[in-house]
Design a protein around this ligand. Structure first.
Ligand code: PDD
Length: 287
């Protein structure tokens, strides 16, 4: 089925959406993005994603596109036009194109950002097989740039990380810097020790996950103890459980780290409970 996508103010069939070869997103990875999940035709954590988008734009001195205040309506229109019940909405804003290639930013007065949104239908996202079996991860060195708090479209290394995991017969990779886990290739990383939830503290080293914020809030409300600190792969291998969070995976149990099974090698009770709470509460608040 041909999707209806959004490009710079217009809705059109995906086959008709065209962006300039001089677009800085294409030439320089000069762009930011957000991924919002859709369950029961409704947007999960929408306000959080827009807030982070605004921050990403501002940190890169990118101007807000004209449609910025209409983004909720655009998301909803895409859900409606594509009959999206369960899946994801991808949004990307680049610094646009001034018709040539230059390292210097174009003048924002004359060059408009490029805005693209499209849907991805993922029936069964909330009850995926992976969430029932858990995922196996490998660790790889974190060689990304130093501003991982900005959600940029520089996704080559995360893609390579996922390919390395696949080659090793695993599902994903955790990134390690100076001996400590930063995050997953496209998710935040957690371990459970002595019943406590441990996840790296916020800084420029990791993306400030919207799902992370919600899950930690729900965990604290449920009287679970949370410790925001760095941990090593060795500590993860000795943990009772581990999991990741992201808009596309929600709370995803991790059952193996670098070949070492965690617990009995199946999703642990804390991760399963947090997934349930997250889905239940987020659906209640979905818009
Ligand atoms: N990835 N860390 C990284 C490096 C990410 O790419 C993501 C999200 C997260 C989790 O953030 P959130 O909970 O706001 O989704 C953490 C998205 C889902 C993606 O690239 O598809």
């Amino acid at each position: 089925m041909t999707r209806t996508v959004y490009l710079n103010g217009d809705y059109m069939p995906e086959t008709e959406a065209k962006v300039s070869i001089f677009d800085r997103g294409f030439l320089m990875a000069d762009g930011v993005y957000e991924v919002t999940s859709v369950l029961d035709g409704k947007l999960i954590d929408f306000a959080g994603h827009v807030k982070r988008l605004e921050r990403s734009l501002s940190e890169l001195d990118m101007k807000k596109p004209a449609c910025f205040d209409d983004l909720l309506a655009v998301h909803r229109e895409l859900v409606a036009r594509n009959n999206l019940v369960e899946g994801l909405i991808y949004l990307q804003i680049t610094r646009g194109s001034d018709g040539d290639r230059d390292f210097a930013f174009p003048d924002p007065e004359t060059t408009e950002p490029t805005v693209v949104l499209f849907t991805q239908s993922k029936p069964g996202l909330a009850h995926s097989t992976q969430s029932k079996t858990g995922v196996k991860i490998i660790s790889i060195e974190d060689i990304r740039w130093g501003r991982r708090d900005i959600k940029t479209v520089q996704l080559l290394y995360p893609s390579m990380g996922k390919m390395m995991a696949k080659k090793a017969g695993c599902d994903d990779a955790w990134l390690v810097e100076d001996g400590y886990v930063t995050e997953g290739t496209s998710n935040n990383a957690y371990i459970i020790k002595g019943g406590r939830i441990i996840t790296r503290q916020l800084s420029n080293d990791i993306l400030h996950g919207i799902t992370r914020a919600a899950v930690l809030r729900f965990a604290r409300e449920a009287q679970m103890e949370v410790e925001e600190r760095s941990f090593t792969i060795e500590e993860a291998q000795g943990a009772e459980e581990a999991f990741t969070t992201s808009a596309s995976g929600f709370v995803m149990p991790v059952v193996e780290v670098d070949g070492v099974a965690l617990g009995d090698g199946t999703p642990g009770p804390v991760a399963r409970r947090l997934r349930e709470i997250y889905l239940e509460e987020s659906l209640k608040a979905a818009i």
